[in-house]
Ligand binder design. Structure first.
Ligand code: G3P
Ligand code: MG
Length: 236
């Protein structure tokens, strides 16, 4: 897959309310060719864009996302008057804008299977004709296993904070395409193994130019950033 060097993190990074349609539009307007967002199920089982299991940090609501019904959830302010988007609306917007979309399946604890099934089925439908425009990732290997089963033609990214020594076996069994990890926890051994296998590494979250340059020198293929003002495509 052709991976742009820069991926706008949580939609519009730090320049817009996170995981909102306004953020996605901003990323495209600023020249980004790829965005990442997080998807979780509402209490009604609707896949929506949100990062935390609870509503407090990013909205004016309270309580757990997975225990909030759609009527209440979609009435909330997710920042600057933005609503929490459905995954379907966000995905269709990315398609319209021509953005490569990294869909991070972010299940609430205990909802891993249903979240992955719902997201994989919808993603398979939305990107049926354009599978090279999406990348499904998750910290939860079970979610990627389900994506492999239900949306086999869509590429998968295996996501860790720190890549474990036995990553390659899991990577192979999930038939993953990319390996994602925290920029501060990328060791040389993993870099060597990934290079030998031809596996692109994608690091989060890179907001400083010095760090970006170092990672590129070390062979990292792409990076997630919150700083859309610093890292428009082609900047580094
Ligand atoms: O998918 C990369 C990155 O988004 C993972 O961390 O916590 O921002 O979802 P987080
Ligand atoms: Mg994420």
């Amino acid at each position: 897959m052709r991976l742009p060097r820069w991926i706008a993190h949580r939609g519009g990074g730090a320049l817009a309310p996170e995981n909102t349609l306004a953020g996605i539009r901003l990323a495209a307007a600023m020249g980004f060719r790829a965005v990442e967002f997080d998807v979780m199920l509402s209490g009604d089982g609707t896949p929506v864009l949100i990062h935390d299991e609870t509503l407090e940090r990013t909205t004016n609501g309270h309580g757990r996302v997975c225990a909030t019904d759609d009527r209440s959830l979609f009435a909330l302010d997710a920042g600057q008057g933005e609503r929490i988007p459905t995954f379907g609306d966000a995905a269709r917007l990315c398609c319209e804008l021509g953005l490569l979309t990294n869909v991070e399946i972010k299940p609430a604890t205990g909802h891993e299977r249903e979240t992955a099934e719902t997201v994989a089925r919808l993603a398979a439908d939305i990107w049926r004709e354009t599978p090279d425009q999406v990348l499904i990732s998750s910290f939860v290997p079970e979610a990627l296993d389900i994506a492999l089963e239900l949306a086999p033609t869509l590429p998968r990214g295996l996501l860790f904070e720190r890549v474990p020594p036995a990553w390659a076996g899991l990577f192979r069994s999930l038939r993953a395409t990319t390996l994602h990890c925290h920029a501060d926890h990328l060791d040389d051994q993993v870099l060597r193994e990934a290079a030998a296998l031809g596996v692109p590494i994608v690091c989060y979250t890179v907001n400083e130019e010095a760090l970006a340059r170092r990672l590129i020198e070390r062979g990292v293929s792409a990076m997630f950033t919150d700083r859309l003002d610093r890292f428009t495509e082609g900047a580094i």
